[in-house]
Design a protein around this ligand. Structure first.
Ligand code: NI
Length: 209
């Protein structure tokens, strides 16, 4: 052992005692480190949770499965809101697939996942009914009159823009961020892209703990 050799070579006992104390401290440190590393790391939610929760504007939107959803319906559980549209070629399907994966990786209670259509002109409840449950049977699609949808989106600070196409068609540019609503019905956090199912599952488990 290196420490024994060092002790033997020292006629003066004080340095060897210091060395022994140092070795003990190192061993203790390694033990503590091993104990810390052995435990699953707690996710850092500082990039997700807002310092101050923000109240949502009141709304009443049509659900894809009939009926309506209001702000009061968000109370009592955690929700993840996503703003998009069914004609979306990439961001929406990719994000909804990622959310499906995240839900599959979670155990116990899961957040309510809600797609709010920014294209209510085309996204009727029937269109949403043929789209949203495909990703997950519990996901909810919401639509309504454009001003209503926009009031909710604007109240949450959702970035979006309508882009005219050449053939009279149009598309919707929109943020891929997920808006986390707490059981008091307040905006409590944001998940920014790129999204990772494992991270969302881990962070949501920690948030809902
Ligand atoms: Ni999209």
């Amino acid at each position: 052992m290196a420490s024994c050799a060092a002790m033997d070579s020292q006629p003066d006992r004080r340095p060897s005692q210091l060395l022994a104390a140092g070795v003990m401290a190192l061993a203790l440190g390694a033990g503590v480190l091993a104990w810390v590393l052995d435990r699953p790391p707690r996710p850092d939610l500082s990039g997700v949770l807002l310092d101050t929760q923000r109240a949502l504007p009141s709304f009443s939107l049509a659900r894809h499965d009939g009926g309506r959803m209001t702000r009061a319906d968000l109370e009592g559980h955690w929700s993840l809101l996503f703003f998009g549209f069914t004609h979306c070629p990439d961001v929406c399907p990719t994000t909804l697939f990622t959310l499906r994966e995240a839900m599959a990786q979670m155990e116990g209670e899961r957040p309510q996942v809600i797609l709010v259509s920014l294209d209510p002109m085309r996204d009727t409840p029937e269109i949403l009914a043929a789209y949203v449950p495909y990703f997950h049977p519990t996901f909810i699609g919401l639509t309504g009159e454009l001003p209503e949808v926009q009031e909710l989106a604007d109240g949450l600070g959702v970035a979006y823009a309508y882009v005219a196409g050449e053939d009279g068609d149009y598309s919707v540019d929109h943020t891929a961020s997920l808006f986390l609503v707490d059981p008091q019905g307040r905006l409590a956090g944001l998940f920014h892209p790129p999204h990772d199912a494992e991270r969302i599952a881990r962070d949501m488990t920690e948030v809902m703990r």
